[in-house]
Design a protein around this ligand. Sequence first.
Ligand code: UDP
Length: 385
Amino acid sequence: MKKILFVTHAAHYGGAELFLRDIVVHAKQTGRHWPVVFLDDGPLVQDLIDAGSDARTVKAGAQILRLKRGSSIRAVVSALIGIFAVVGALIRAFRGVDVVCANSQKSLFLAGLAARLARKPFVWILHDLVTDSSFSPTMRRALVFFANHMTSHVVTNSLAARDALIECGGRADSISVVYNGFDFAADVPAASDTDRGSVLQEAGLPDLPTVGLFGRIATWKGQHVLIEAVERVPGLQALVVGDATYQDSAYFDRIRALVEQKHLSDRVKFLGFRKDVRRLMAAVDIVAHTSIDPEPFGRVIVEGLALGRPVVATRGGGVGEIIDHGTTGLLYPPGDGVALAEALRSLLSDRAMAARLAADGRSTVTARFSIERSVQDLDRVFDGL
Ligand code: UDP
């Protein structure tokens, strides 16, 4: 069996990092040894260690991670010294390893250089749509250059992410799609009424129809669209779960103010970042997804469907690879609060239709997005190098 080493820059709880956590933990449970090197500290390092996996941090990475567009010469010089230190540390970490696999953009650059110097096959897992307007043209060119010239193979988390890379100049012949995989059997909470009652009570809500929205609080995740929709559906209340990254705390302030302004404080509750997402999802009537930019994949959609919830999600990106509109969920145009309100109303008024969508959604996602399949798909990529 080949020795694989994963490198990733962030150790916080984002979709890409949770993907990595799940595959590494499953790899461990099935006799594979997939260690991870993080370029920054965070809670995921300890989580993996607690799960019996091999995880550690190459500390010098932080100097580079802090570098910003307006940084002083002194900061740039110290970052350059930092780059040499990290690349040196990574080369040492690569000893005895057969394949190096980067799980993020920053690790693509740093581990890519180190893997080239250490002459190791190098795989990059891309979790984004590089056509996304949040990438500067320079960054896009750098990503495509590294993808085409520094990797042995690229893995994307959806067909949409693959097509976006190709559209920007990525080589089509060395890309494989590996979907996020989920351990559906593990820690699925019982969706009992008692649990629903306790979740709503904790949130300070009565036992009324409730929609849940899960994910980072960020402008492009579109939490404001749900607030607009809830206002239009009398009797509907919402749980908004997730926290802002430091860049987006102003957006979080804005949507809290929006809730106040619309007099929805008794119907819309913010729960912050939660580790018990599955328990909360099992307690709501509908799971909503509101991203206003195309979603590269959308783990929360799979998680909601796997728990037997009807899901209403925005059209675009990788979402269409999970939901077939009208069969396994409902899709609506990004940013359209009126259409979201209409979809929510139809799910609440036609419970039989909602149950049918939820049941079909559940059987589809559990068949297509298992953790076993993701790990086997990655195995195939590594074995082919
Ligand atoms: N999540 C979580 N706690 C929260 C909010 C979100 O654990 O409070 C998890 C969620 O269950 C999902 C992931 O974060 O597994 C988000 O992944 P997704 O692909 O939906 O979005 P991304 O963060 O990658 O943009």
